[in-house]
Design a protein around this ligand. Structure first.
Ligand SMILES: [Ca+2]
Length: 496
């Protein structure tokens, strides 16, 4: 044991404290440019962001950069020239503010992150090149290959995590964790799983072949599971191609007492079960937003439930593209114990071709026989869904207005509501899933501003022209389109 200049004990020689300030400056300027959006409660005022930037710059002076390489040795000091061999070795040594660079290669190990960062000093584990982390055969159910328990302020970036006996990346009882640009595959349960935690960001990951477990006990969860997490963003992930179906296999699930969270700009496809699922189970799921997602070729696109008698409250489903799912596009369900649903706003979505032609059953948007009050179905395009375009079986009189209804075999039974538009919405190219509106679409300027989102699927500001359009896109001439929206990237400073 030696002691570094800063007085903290080190195992062996301290790994190199260099190359971090430049990165910190980039991070700081990013934080200056873009306000954080970790749910409404996480918005920082500009003054706070400036403070974060200053602290990042000031605090990184002592941060170390450590290296892991398959050709290294764990008796090494973890420097660039003498790297460690296992990621676990780095996880055991890491201190707040450290950056662990894991070099290209395949690592077979369970990594338990045993240290926390601090508000201005997250610990970052980053893949430098293609890094595959495989689960050891000894991994048990409910364990994860990358396992985070009772920790704070960690960043996991760029790893491919695969072949797990249970979870890929698991987060329990933790706060301020960012999982970014990772991939998971071949996991018996969730690819990414977070439970009983706060301020969790899951961003830009690719999750496939999850929930493969078909045993009789435990269930296999969902591709991305957010369970009783307060304050979360699940953004820009690709979730797809999973075969599990016996106990789970949904795409993205905000469940139990999931609160104050956003599920945004994800693409979910080719799943045996639901694409995006909000299920309060026996808890209180509230303050949730599901927007700008694409869901296709799942069972239902977006579903809302209280399967064990809990309550779903204050949920907005806006600007989503939902097509070619086998049952319903969007459903407020009566499943299992069928608990109450309160204040659910379904606005400016485009639902096309959902339902089973074989079974002659399905719908664009449906409310089943459930205690759902304060429901709004507005400004949605429901086109060519098998069965109904919009169906209300609740008997609680939802506000249904300004929707476009097109076709369907049970059109006479549709819940039409007020100010409905009938007819072909005239998409640019529905066969290629381009649901932008042609300039002569009857959806243009036929919507209402009440509870409508302030921009569209593309981020184009609403309204354009005299009124809001119906559906996920606001039509506008080519020249009116602003520059391509910059992808939102979460910086460590945003979840401090
Ligand atoms: Ca318009």
């Amino acid at each position: 044991m030696t002691t570094s200049g800063s007085g903290r004990p080190m195992l062996g020689v301290a790994c190199k404290a260099s190359g971090y300030n430049e990165e910190a400056e980039k991070t700081a300027s990013l934080a200056d440019r873009s306000l954080p959006r970790i749910g409404a409660t996480m918005m920082l005022r500009p003054a706070q962001v400036a403070a974060v930037s200053f602290l990042l710059l000031a605090a990184t002076a002592h941060a170390a950069v450590c290296f892991v390489d398959p050709a290294g040795a764990d008796r090494n000091p973890g420097t660039e020239d003498r790297p460690w061999k296992t990621i676990q070795r780095a996880a055991d040594a890491a201190k707040p503010g450290d950056r662990v660079m894991v070099r290209k290669g395949t690592y077979t190990e369970r990594v338990q992150l045993n240290a926390s960062g601090k508000p201005d000093l997250p610990i970052t584990f980053e893949a430098a090149g293609e890094v595959i982390v495989k689960g050891p055969a000894s991994l048990q159910h409910w364990e994860a290959i990358v396992d985070i328990r009772k920790k704070t302020h960690l960043v996991i970036k760029g790893f491919r995590v695969q072949d797990s006996n249970w979870f890929g990346i698991g987060i329990h009882n933790s706060q301020h964790i960012l999982v970014q640009n990772c991939a998971t595959a071949n996991t018996q349960a969730s690819g990414i799983y977070a439970r009983d935690s706060e301020q969790i960001v899951v961003e830009g990951n690719d999750v496939s072949m999850a929930c493969l477990y078909e045993g009789d006990k435990g269930g296999s969860q969902e591709c991305i599971s957010i369970a009783s997490v307060k304050g979360f963003r699940v953004v820009g992930n690709k979730v797809h191609d999973t075969t599990g179906k016996k106990h789970g296999g949904e795409g993205i699930d905000a469940k139990e007492s999931a609160q104050d969270g956003v599920i945004e700009s994800n693409t979910v496809w080719n799943l045996p079960r639901l694409g995006i699922y909000v299920d309060s189970w026996n808890g209180l799921a509230k303050g949730l937003v599901v927007r700008k997602n694409v869901v296709h070729d799942c069972s239902c696109g977006i579903a809302v439930s209280s399967e064990d008698g809990g309550t779903v409250q204050d949920l907005t489903i806006a600007n989503n593209l939902i097509y070619n799912n086998r049952e319903r596009g969007i459903v407020i369900s009566a499943w299992e114990k069928n608990g109450p649903k309160r204040n659910i706003v379904i606005v400016n979505n485009t639902a096309v071709g959902n339902g089973s032609r074989q079974a002659n059953w399905g719908s664009g948007i449906a409310i089943e026989k459930t205690d759902a009050t304060g429901v709004v179905i507005r400004n949605n395009i429901c086109s060519r869904n098998v069965g109904n375009q919009i169906l209300d079986e609740s008997g609680h009189g939802p506000a249904v207005d300004h929707n476009l209804l097109d076709g369907g075999r049970k059109g006479a039974n549709d819940t039409k509501g007020e100010a409905a538009v009938r007819g072909d919405p005239l998409f640019v190219d529905a066969a290629k899933a381009d649901f932008h509106l042609l300039s002569n679409s009857p959806a243009i300027n036929a919507g209402t501003e009440k509870l409508a989102p302030t921009d569209d699927f593309d981020g184009f500001p609403r309204p354009y022209g005299p009124a809001f359009d119906i559906g996920a896109y606001e039509a506008h001439p080519e020249g009116a389109k602003p520059g391509a929206a910059k992808p939102k990237v979460t910086t460590p400073a945003e979840f401090r």
